[in-house]
Design a protein around this ligand. Structure first.
Ligand code: FAD
Length: 291
């Protein structure tokens, strides 16, 4: 099922997983996680693609596994580390596995890898243009607090419009902890004539390990209220987890009540995170997310 079509007639629940590092034996574990996610009836599951492009094969296999369970996969592809030939190989592999939806990204050059970056595809929009011939439904990324390389949100939105013009039929946001940033993004995007649905991305902070990633990779603002709760209970992992899950649940209800087209949850490959959120929002998902 094409994700743009789904979004036309229902709210979507989706999760993101990432391929385990090669050779660490965790692919079977991830397959078990995906089987557990199936019980929550997600509309799609997205699979990330390493910024260095090294896990392309594994990512495609995981997308194929998701498809084989009858769930819609959304395969990420990063143009930064890729040549046109790499993209052709990945696209053909995905098509052979029945994958119809692709999230086109630039990616970030891995700090510790000496890879040539953005030689062929400078921006996500260039990758979208190249992927056009394969007939995927394309999505792209957007940033409620603006992308870190852009001086202003406005500049970033000018570029977001280019991504829509290059074929993005929906967007998924970077994670955020203050919904006001999402509402501002959607409002400003609409004022600039961007019409595609913008799915909010939510990542519960369930342990202290999440925090550096949130701060350094995404630069997302953590509201004082949440920061305070996290810091006070930083040595109480079970309490911290409840804080993170409850905060995500609060964000999701507020987003849906104010008209978001669905929710995409960054679960860091943990089925229990998805299950905990689903358990607390069962009526929301069973009643409001029905077609
Ligand atoms: P772009 O759209 O190319 O934007 C990058 C910067 O360039 C922005 O500042 C933008 O404003 C500017 N820009 C865009 N287009 C133009 C243009 N035409 N002219 C001039 N400037 C322009 N990373 C991975 O490595 N693998 C993943 O699987 C992955 N999945 C992600 C999923 C989501 C939902 C999100 C939000 C991010 C994901 N990322 C992933 C991270 C992403 O690769 C980085 O945030 C990266 O820095 C930007 O990628 P992009 O596709 O938004 O790039």
């Amino acid at each position: 099922m094409r994700i743009d079509k789904l979004l036309k007639h229902k709210l979507t629940l989706s999760f993101e997983v990432f391929p385990p590092k090669k050779g660490d034996g965790k692919t079977d574990e991830l397959f078990d996680t995906i089987k557990r996610l199936k019980e929550l009836s997600p509309d799609f599951i997205s699979v990330t693609y390493g910024g260095g492009g090294s896990n392309a094969r594994n990512a495609a296999e995981i997308a194929g596994f998701i498809k084989s369970l009858g769930i819609e996969p959304l395969a990420h592809i990063t143009g930064g580390p890729s040549s046109p030939e790499d993209i052709d190989n990945t696209a053909k592999k995905l098509i052979s596995l029945g994958v119809e939806n692709v999230l086109a990204l630039r990616g970030d050059k891995p700090k510790d890898e000496n890879v040539e970056y953005c030689k062929y595809f400078k921006h996500a929009s260039e990758l979208e243009n190249y992927l056009g011939k394969y007939g995927f439904t394309l999505g792209a990324a957007c940033y409620p607090e603006g992308h870190c390389e852009c001086p202003t949100l406005y500049d970033d939105l000018v570029n977001l419009k280019k991504k829509e013009e290059a074929g993005a039929a929906f967007f998924i946001t970077q994670l955020f902890y203050d919904n006001a940033y999402y509402y501002r993004l959607v409002g400003e995007a609409r004022r600039m004539g961007i019409v595609s649905p913008i799915i909010p991305g939510i990542m519960p902070i369930t342990n202290m390990k999440n925090l550096p990633a949130v701060k350094s990779m995404c630069g997302s603002t953590i509201p004082l209220e949440l920061r305070n709760m996290i810091e006070v209970y930083s040595n109480e992992p079970d309490v911290l987890r409840e804080i993170g899950i409850n905060y995500a649940v609060y964000q999701i209800i507020d987003l849906i009540a104010k008209g978001a087209p669905g929710v995409h949850v960054y679960i860091m490959n943990r089925a229990e995170t998805a299950e905990a959120i689903y358990g607390r929002l069962k009526n929301v998902f069973c009643k409001l997310f029905r077609a």
